[in-house]
Design a protein around this ligand. Structure first.
Ligand SMILES: [Zn+2]
Length: 318
């Protein structure tokens, strides 16, 4: 059976995995992301690492069906990246550059989209063909899978759930330049920002959030311990996310929603609250759509990229 590589390019490291065409993970490893010189070393470093791997394992080029690559930036359906700030990349075609360096077919997708494909294939959405995933980290990423395939969007912006407009009165700008985006409130950075505002607005309000350096983890711990302010912040985050999912259901009506990213480590405490908010707001026909916690963690990227690779060229399964 031929093998595929799943590659997940992050701002500090590149995760790579070797998979069988059937999806079994054989190996995984990581190399540092060298972002100097406009990120021009990143693809050659990946090519060299894959070549070394193939040499070590006696794998001929013909034994590899191709590679999938997740990139932290907008990627259109043709695999063109429209800038990846964390890598130092402008508009580019990394799949073509990768193929030129390695001779392997390649498929490229946005990293959050690719993670959604991974969860759909082998994670929380296993067995489903239609899934929407929200990745709650410092910001909010999203990915949409319809009929088993990633939806990139005409401008590579499908799944940009973090930039749903939710507050027309916001004064501060989001990282995207707009004001009032979902991720300004419901991400890890967002809940910390809301907490800072609440503390400044009412300096005498009793809360243990004043005693520690603020972080999403500290806020969730305080909420679990019954701190009223922390609990109100978590409820606000869950209400916003539940409403976002209800809005998405009104467009796509997926089989399953998946919640991933660092903030999903809050587990059922957060998931249950999102679900209750969702059930109140979703159109009746999609009210019972399951909302699952992600299962693959940081591996979703390489798993999804491997799945993407299976669509990059003909695969020999014998
Ligand atoms: Zn935004």
């Amino acid at each position: 059976m031929q093998k595929v590589f799943g590659i997940d390019i992050g701002g500090t490291s590149v995760k790579m995995g070797c998979f069988t065409a059937g999806g079994e993970r054989l190996d995984e490893w990581a190399i540092p992301t060298r972002t100097a010189a406009g990120g021009s070393r990143i693809l050659p470093d990946i090519a060299a690492s894959l070549e070394a791997y193939c040499r070590r394992h006696g794998l001929a080029r013909s034994a590899i069906a191709g590679a999938g690559i997740g990139v932290p930036g907008p990627v259109d359906a043709a695999g063109i990246v429209d800038g990846a700030v964390n890598l130092g990349w402008g508009r580019c075609d990394p799949g073509a550059a990768f193929t030129e360096a390695t001779g392997l077919p390649a498929a490229v997708g946005n990293d959050a989209n690719v993670a959604a494909l991974g969860e759909c294939w082998q994670g929380a959405g296993r067995g489903s063909q239609n899934l929407v995933m929200l990745t709650l980290g410092t910001g909010i990423g999203g990915g949409v899978v319809v009929n088993g395939e990633l939806v990139a969007g005409c401008h590579g912006a499908a799944g940009e759930i973090g930039h749903f407009p939710v507050n027309p009165d916001e004064a501060e700008a989001c990282g995207c330049g707009k004001r009032g985006c979902l991720e300004q409130y419901a991400s890890a950075a967002g809940i910390v920002r809301m907490a800072g505002r609440a503390l400044a607005a009412d300096p005498h309000r009793p809360t243990r959030l004043r005693e520690e350096a603020l972080s999403a983890v500290v806020i969730f711990e305080a909420a679990r311990a019954g701190d009223a302010l922390a609990l109100a912040l978590v409820d606000r985050v869950a209400a916003l996310l539940g409403r976002a999912l209800a809005t998405i259901a009104g467009v796509l009506d997926p089989e399953v929603f998946v919640i991933g990213g660092g903030m999903a480590n809050a587990g059922e405490f957060l998931r249950g609250r999102i679900e209750r908010a969702y059930r109140r707001l979703a159109f009746p026909a999609s009210r019972d759509t399951p909302i699952q916690l992600a299962r693959l963690g940081n591996d979703a990227g390489i798993v999804g990229a491997a799945k993407l690779a299976l669509g990059a060229g003909p695969v020999k399964k014998d």
